[in-house]
Ligand binder design. Structure first.
Ligand code: PDD
Length: 288
């Protein structure tokens, strides 16, 4: 079946969608993006994703080309055209097409692209066994809170884990955990669920917020505080979260077992809560 994408006002087959080579996204990586999971044709946490898109656009000094209602109707149409229940919606906005000059061109129209992607949550086997991860020095810039398409550092860091046969690269800056190359990271220390507080060193994860909300609503002890590298290495559980991975346990870190080498009890609990919450949202009963 043909994939129908949205590009600058048109809905068309992906094979026919073209962006000029002078687009600043292509030349400079000058743009931002979002990835929104869609379950049963309902975008999950759409407003939160669109608010983060707005913050990323503001962070790169690009006026949001659409208001909330317009984004809603564009995403609805892409979902309807895709004709599949579960999707990952990829939204990209670049500064647009202009002469190659680092400085912003005076009059320029942003390029807006929406792509429906297959969404495959982690296989049950991976949820049951957990995954391996490695660590690396976080050598990215200091605006990791913006979801920019300039992903080369993340791409190189992620490839380190592929080369090592692992699922993710967990990043450490100045002796503290930041996040994964494409995920947020939680640890369990002394029975408390801990993740670094939001800052310019990490993406404010939408799934990160869901995990804290669920943990707090169900009386699970949790804290947002800096996580020194030694705590990451001593943690009894480590979790990765993202819109596409949902929640996954890390059971080996740099080749060493995390806890007893199996997903922990708190992982089992939060994973079950997350799945239940997802199904509530899919039925359209999301608590306000
Ligand atoms: N990435 N940190 C980074 C660097 C990420 O790239 C992502 C997600 C996250 C988790 O954010 P969220 O829970 O909002 O998905 C954290 C997406 C899925 C991607 O780039 O494909």
């Amino acid at each position: 079946m043909t994939t129908i994408v949205y590009l600058n006002g048109d809905f068309l087959p992906v094979e026919q969608a073209r962006v000029p080579v002078m687009d600043r996204g292509f030349l400079f990586g000058d743009g931002v993006y979002e990835v929104i999971p869609v379950y049963d044709r309902r975008p999950f946490r759409l407003e939160e994703h669109l608010a983060r898109l707005d913050a990323s656009l503001a962070g790169i000094r690009l006026t949001n080309p659409h208001d909330l209602a317009a984004w809603r109707s564009l995403t609805e149409r892409v979902i309807a055209e895709a004709g599949q229940d579960d999707l990952g919606l990829y939204i990209q906005v670049t500064r647009g097409v202009g002469a190659r000059d680092h400085a912003f061109p005076a009059r320029i129209q942003p390029t807006v692209f929406i792509l429906p992607m297959p969404l495959s949550p982690p296989a049950p086997g991976l949820v049951a066994t957990g995954v391996g991860a490695i660590t690396a020095v976080d050598n990215r810039w200091l605006r990791c809170d913006l979801k920019t398409i300039s992903l080369l550092p993340n791409v190189l860091l992620r490839q380190l884990s592929v080369d090592a046969g692992s699922a993710e690269t967990i990043l450490i800056r100045d002796g503290f955990l930041t996040e994964g190359s494409a995920s947020s990271v939680f640890v369990v220390m002394d029975g408390v669920i801990v993740a670094p507080p939001k800052s310019e060193r990490m993406l404010p994860g939408i799934t990160y917020d869901v995990v804290f909300e669920l943990a707090e609503a169900h009386g699970m002890a949790c804290a947002r505080r800096p996580v020194p590298e030694r705590e990451l290495r001593a943690a009894t559980e480590i979790w990765l979260t993202s819109s596409t991975k949902e929640i996954l346990a890390v059971t080996r870190l740099d080749g060493q077992a995390v806890g007893d080498g199996r997903p922990g009890a708190l992982f089992a609990r939060i994973h079950a809560l997350y799945q239940a919450y997802k199904h509530t949202v899919m039925r359209g009963n999301e608590p306000s």
